[in-house]
Design a protein around this ligand. Structure first.
Ligand code: X6L
Ligand code: MG
Ligand code: MG
Length: 179
């Protein structure tokens, strides 16, 4: 019998300071450590030209899908906690960060508790550094407000040349079986 209801979320992770790969790995470990939360799949890592604030180092970005009993608000607070515990300091807007974890989609739900909690992520469809890794793990996920799949959004997004394959984090593509 199921005693808790879980929700599937798609997340975007990024780092452009220090050991970027290590920061991504630590954040994924932190997400797996959240109560009632499992990482289902994890994209490859992409090196991406900075967007928004250009004079900063290149990012590593990836996408993960998770299943969690946490509500969107609980998940957001937990992810901000992971960022802070890892030492993220918020100074320059759109500036360099050791880790950034954003909620992109929560199934096909629309969730709004602005300014911090807005799902779908308001600019996900404009960002090749979000859509390229996401298309690897969830090409058919649908943006509930645009009625477009991730593959469709990737086809039309600008700046795809600023996204380059970098590495694979996990040999098994981060695919986990339920235990
Ligand atoms: C005009 C004004 C056009 C602002 C774009 C774009 C602002 C993206 C913020 C923008 C604008 C952002 C990452 C990044 C950031 C990342 C890469 C943001 C927040 N995060 N660039 N820039 N990867 N490649 O994770 O996404 S800052
Ligand atoms: Mg972000
Ligand atoms: Mg963020």
């Amino acid at each position: 019998m199921t005693i808790e209801s879980a929700t599937d979320y798609l997340l975007s992770l990024g780092s452009n300071l220090g050991d970027r790969t290590l920061h991504l790995q630590k954040a994924i470990a932190g997400i797996e450590g959240l109560v009632g939360t499992a990482v289902l799949s994890c994209s490859d890592v992409y090196e991406t030209d900075p967007v928004g604030f250009l004079e900063q180092p290149a990012f590593l970005n990836l996408a993960v899908s998770i299943r969690s009993v946490l509500s969107p608000k609980e998940l957001l607070v937990s992810l901000l906690g992971i960022e802070t515990a890892m030492g993220r300091v918020r100074d320059i807007r759109y500036g360099p960060r050791i880790i950034d974890v954003d909620i992109l989609l929560c199934g096909t739900e629309v969730v709004a508790d602005p300014p911090l909690l807005i799902i779908p992520h308001p600019r996900m469809h404009e960002r090749a550094f979000v859509l390229t890794p996401l298309a690897q793990i969830a090409p058919d996920a649908v943006h509930p407000q645009l009625g477009a799949t991730v593959s469709m959004m990737l086809e039309t997004v600008a700046g795809r040349e600023g996204v380059r394959w970098h590495s694979t984090l996990f040999q098994n593509d981060c695919e986990r079986t339920e235990s």
